[in-house]
Design a protein around this ligand. Structure first.
Ligand SMILES: [Zn+2]
Length: 81
């Protein structure tokens, strides 16, 4: 029995991350694996809405990007059907 974790096509996990840009301060959703890689390598991540940036700070004080929120909701709907 292998124990390397499970992965499913519909089980993609997304997490909100602060956009550290200078104009629109939103928490964008990114794929959790991408965020983990970014933290490890310092490379920028790409949000569901297509924005690319390097996350740094706690996103909880910021509103969620409406575009990311819509896309994430669509993913959840697809995954539950
Ligand atoms: Zn976004």
């Amino acid at each position: 029995m292998t124990d390397t974790g499970t992965t499913t096509e519909t089980g993609t996990t997304t997490v909100p991350v602060l956009d550290d840009g200078d104009h629109d301060r939103f928490a964008h959703y990114v794929v959790q694996d991408d965020l983990a890689r970014s933290k490890a390598t310092g490379e920028p991540v790409r949000a569901l809405c297509g924005k690319i940036w390097t996350p740094e700070r706690d996103p909880k004080r910021y509103p969620v990007c409406p575009t990311c929120k819509e896309i994430a909701a669509r993913w959840e709907t697809r995954g539950s059907n």
